[in-house]
Design a protein around this ligand. Structure first.
Ligand code: HEM
Length: 435
């Protein structure tokens, strides 16, 4: 098995990574961005450098855009499709090799994950999974999020030192995903482990060790889901729309498991960063936090502004299905286009004074943090509920909360968030006094 996945790693990460390293040395800002060379504030400088080169920029290996209108247009244009990383842009002999080395695991960034396929296949998966995200389902999950947040905050004391990422930000999204999939509470640590291991798969040029750990994580998840779906078939699981999918046999095991893995990755590794990035951004802007204390009705817009200002997902990729003319450029069939939501979200043509964090910004919700078009985030409404509930409760329970040491970002490119948020919680407000 190691031999087979090594071939995949070499074709999908080692070779493109080496190519990017050469480009980065030549000063290409996109290559620097893709190779972890740009973290934190530097990341936004690199994105700005790309914007300065034009609305749609041709680089040696793909097109890239940090322009709001253009990103939105590409995401909504069905002449562009999802990029299958096992075939797109690779020579035929290499794709044949990759296919032969397929470990058959549920990989959220390979077909049949819905994110990686086009209609009509995409429409079929999305319709089935959408039963878990109806307004009624979100209301029910929202109640659970409130319950869980209260329970978590009750375990913290005044002046406690705590790493808010594992102790708080991670706990809500993972519990919610477990509920959606109908998994028991004791599944949460394995889901967290698998999510953390698999997150780098969204990047390009990752190391062999990181890739192997990610594949091991997917293998553990596959074993777990196989047992779980068997239990569902024997009537031993919570009844949820997703577990009903496992029962009715509409999807094969691989289809079901790949889309479950996608929900775990897409639902967990992003929302934890909305909460984490929100904590840091608000602490960096105490005057905005003070406004939220005075007027909690501002929280929903504050969440939109956090998503605009420091989005958890930093790149989306599409492939041209035909020759396409766009923004005065001729894109050839099979060319790849990379879209940078963090660039779109700071496009001065859409957002006034875009580098300013302003929770009252009237058009904050025009951000592209959830994508757009057929693949637009299916969990956006849920993520918003989780963000508002978690951050409002945290800051009203611990109004003097502050970071004990400077926060550190994770070394990921596509997903943008912190590794640790060591905080001192300060005095705890009495439950009745909280807004
Ligand atoms: C703040 C939190 C979140 C952010 C920033 C986010 C962001 C995104 C983005 C940008 C996409 C589109 C990717 C593309 O077009 O290539 C996407 C798709 C998706 N998201 Fe989210 N997401 C979040 C939360 C969630 C949650 C809570 C769930 C589920 C529990 C979820 C499930 C999905 C799924 C299944 C897709 C694929 C949809 C499709 O291909 O049709 N996401 N998300």
């Amino acid at each position: 098995m190691t031999g087979r996945i090594w071939i995949r790693w070499a074709a999908m990460h080692a070779i493109p990574g080496a190519f990017l390293a050469v480009q980065a040395r030549r000063g290409d800002p996109l290559a620097r961005f893709l190779l972890h060379g740009a973290a934190g504030a530097e990341r936004y400088q690199v994105i700005e450098a790309i914007r300065q080169q034009g609305r749609l920029v041709r680089t040696p290996f793909l097109w890239v855009s940090a322009d709001h209108e253009l990103c939105r247009e590409v995401l909504r244009d069905n002449r562009f499709g999802a990029v299958d990383t096992t075939t797109s842009g690779l020579p035929k002999p290499l794709t044949a090799l990759i296919a032969r080395a397929d470990p058959g695991l549920p990989n959220p960034v390979e077909p049949p994950s819905m994110l990686m396929v086009d209609p009509p296949e995409h429409t079929r998966y999305r319709r089935l999974v959408a039963h878990s995200f109806t307004p009624r389902a979100i209301d029910r999950l929202g109640d659970r999020v409130t319950e869980l947040t209260t329970r978590l905050l009750d375990t913290f004391d005044s002046d406690q030192q705590v790493d808010l990422l594992p102790a708080f930000a991670e706990q809500l999204p993972v519990a919610v995903i477990a509920e959606i999939l109908g998994l028991p509470t004791d599944a949460r640590p394995s889901l967290l482990d698998c999510g953390h291991r698999a997150a780098p798969l969204l990047d390009v040029g990752i190391s062999w060790t990181t890739y192997r750990r990610a594949i091991e994580g997917l293998r553990n998840l596959d074993d777990y889901l196989r047992d779980h779906f068997d239990q569902v078939r024997h009537g031993e699981s919570t009844d949820t729309p997703f577990s009903r999918l496992a029962l009715d046999g509409t999807l094969t095991h691989r289809e079901l498991a790949a889309n479950a893995a996608l929900l775990i990755g897409a639902g967990f590794e992003t929302t934890v960063n909305l909460i984490g990035n929100g904590i840091v951004t608000l602490l960096d802007h105490p005057e905005q936090l003070a406004r939220l204390h005075d007027d909690p009705g501002l929280w929903p817009n504050a969440i939109e502004e956090i998503l605009r200002y420091d989005p958890p997902v930093q790149r989306m990729v599409r492939i041209a299905r035909h020759d396409i003319e766009i923004a005065g450029h001729q894109i050839a069939a099979n060319d790849t286009v990379m879209l940078l939501p963090a660039g779109a979200n700071r496009d001065p043509r859409v957002f006034t004074d875009p580098d300013r964090f302003d929770i009252t910004r009237p058009n904050a919700a025009d951000h592209l943090a959830f994508g757009s078009g057929v693949h637009a985030c299916i969990g956006a409404a849920l993520a918003r509920v989780e963000g508002v509930t978690a951050l409002r409760a945290l800051f009203s329970t611990f109004p003097a909360l502050h970071l004990a040491i400077p926060p550190e970002k994770r070394e990921l490119v596509t997903l943008n968030g912190y590794r640790r948020l060591q905080a001192n919680l300060g005095a705890k407000e009495k439950a009745g006094a909280r807004k």
